[in-house]
Ligand binder design. Sequence first.
Ligand code: 5CA
Length: 158
Amino acid sequence: MTHELPPSAQRVQQALRDAGSQARVIVLDVSTRTADEAAAAVGCDVGQIVKSLIFMDAQGAPIYVAVSGKNRLNEQVFAQQTYIQLLRATPEFVRQHTGYAIGGVAPFGHISAMPHFVDATLLEYPTIWAAGGTPNTMVELTGAELVALTAGVVVWVS
Ligand code: 5CA
């Protein structure tokens, strides 16, 4: 129930509802801070976990990339498709632009508008699981819904 969600997770739930999504953020009683922990907590393949990675572009603007939990993003492969050079972000940069702490970054409800990219691998599964705003909340949705809700550009990341 929404009123039981922590504030960051409520923000995710509200963003989903505002966008017309039926997806529901759930609270787990174990850590979902890493992709492996998240997969174990919800009982899915690690490839179904959405790693929400925040980078900086060459101008210092935030970029969001949703990466399958079984993939490691290769910056060269990404740049070949997008012409965007991804630079590592600090935890402070992540929080400043998303409003979420690392380990709980959701694909929705960010403080700053930013371009979204989605790993094509995530579209291979019937459903996927993303962080719900905190390191013990998750939300299940389809890859197509992730793409539609975030206006994400689908790319290969590895
Ligand atoms: N809740 C889980 C599954 S949805 C989760 O958030 N996983 S995650 O992969 O999206 O978040 C952890 C990611 O944060 C790591 O993959 C890593 O890219 C990034 N990260 C971890 N430590 C740092 C750090 N010190 N600075 C910047 N990014 C970091």
